[in-house]
Design a protein. Structure first.
Length: 408
């Protein structure tokens, strides 16, 4: 179920303009002289080149992370590396190079365009986790720059035949979801995104004005209590990820109790994971099951601090124009549909969900506040009907989300 469809130059230029001149810079775009690292595989060459043009037109500089497609006949296949890598190779981290890269770039633009979504399905997931742990310092350095207001990032999706086939769509149908979701069918997508950001900001302000102690997520497939935590705020609508309609926070992981199921498939580490059910006790996952991909789920949860919550998120169905399963978390965690979506991430928390100056905190402060720290951050999504009730600090209760919409 594929085709040779390719979006027009006009659509690609609008897409690149949106990513470079809106999404980066937290909705403000890049400035002349900024250094942008663009990461993409060969499959995304049309959008990659459009983004390069957009960066140069804005007066910026490009550092390229362009690479062959995974698992085509010409690539240095990742699965070959993992099959033959020694422990030393798995743990290798070019610290000086990566430190210099982190210090040099002002923005990171990553284009998802998987040539084969199952390229790593035969790889031991523990090896992949080990590589993620080795490279964690790089993400930590970038997070510190982000907290200081010196770094921004965004993700975009370039539709490939493999992704479309995985979602059960033609390539043209798949791209139509991308075009519609990102407002690329409008003359000025940036203006529409600013409008949506304003609407999201209104909900965020109302949430942040509530003195929330805990959240109770309930439905036919969930009974989960989440403690919001001290000095927390809700975030979203900042340009990180295109599209992004979610409003999220990073709770105090220590106050998570109960269980939750997820009806959306998860593609992680080259493996399809389905039917995920997580059970929490005293903040930690005590039982994690999947109807498919159990080995990958088990290895992920066993990674340091990946058995704790890092994010809780809600998407209002009135914002998102995504109507199809896309087999890509970037879109599936932003799906609208009848009930919007509820998702949480296990692993690393977001420091921009701290109500205060993140730069004033050290590692002990983050630990004291219950912000989780891990090399893993995996979003798991459900589109089933969920009700979220907030218990306020004075003991009163307020429904904040029901039937796929905020009720603020």
């Amino acid at each position: 179920m594929t085709s040779t469809y390719e979006p027009s130059r006009e659509i690609l230029d609008r897409y690149a303009d949106l990513l470079v001149n809106y999404a980066l810079g937290g909705g403000a775009g890049i400035k002349p002289g900024d250094v942008v690292r663009i990461a993409a595989e060969e499959s995304a060459k049309p959008l990659y080149t459009a983004c390069r043009r957009a960066v140069h037109a804005a007066g910026g500089h490009v550092l390229s992370a362009y690479r062959p497609n995974s698992r085509d006949q010409y690539s240095d296949r990742a699965e070959d590396f993992y099959a033959n890598a020694t422990e030393e190779q798995l743990d290798f981290f070019p610290e000086k190079y990566m430190r210099g890269l982190a210090e040099t770039i002002d923005h990171s633009l990553s284009i998802i365009s998987e040539y084969d979504k199952h390229a790593l399905k035969e790889v031991d997931p523990n090896k992949i986790m080990r590589g993620g742990i080795a490279s964690k310092p790089f993400s930590d350095w970038l997070q510190s720059k982000e907290s200081a207001g010196e770094f921004t990032w965004t993700l975009g999706l370039y539709g490939t035949p493999a992704a479309a086939a995985e979602a059960g769509l033609t390539l043209e149908e798949y791209w139509q979801q991308i075009i519609t979701a990102c407002f690329l069918d409008e003359e000025d997508p940036k203006a529409r995104w600013r409008q949506v950001a304003t609407e999201i900001e209104e909900f965020k302000d109302k949430l942040n004005a509530l003195p929330i102690d805990t959240l109770h997520v309930s439905g036919s497939d969930s009974d989960l209590v989440i403690k919001l935590g001290e000095q927390r705020r809700w975030a979203g609508g900042s340009g990180r990820n295109i599209p992004s309609f979610e409003i999220f926070t990073s709770p105090d992981w220590r106050g998570t109790e109960g269980w939750i199921k997820f009806n959306q498939p998860l593609y992680r580490y080259g493996t399809l994971i389905e039917g995920v059910r997580l059970e929490f006790k005293e903040g930690k996952v005590v039982n994690a099951t999947a109807s498919q991909g159990q080995e990958a789920l088990t290895a992920m949860i066993a990674t340091e601090n990946a058995d704790k919550i890092g994010e809780f998120s809600l998407t209002d169905s009135r914002h998102s124009r995504i109507t199809k399963f896309m087999a890509e978390t970037l879109y599936d965690e932003n799906v609208g549909g009848r009930y919007g979506n509820t998702h949480l991430a296990v692993g690393k928390s977001y420091h921009d969900c701290f109500e205060g100056d993140p730069e004033a905190n050290d590692d002990q402060d983050w630990e004291r506040l219950g912000f989780n720290n891990s090399s893993v951050h995996t979003d798991i999504v459900s589109t089933t009907d969920r009700t979220v009730v907030a218990t306020l600090t004075d003991g009163t209760e307020k429904v904040i989300y029901a039937d796929g919409q905020f009720t603020l």
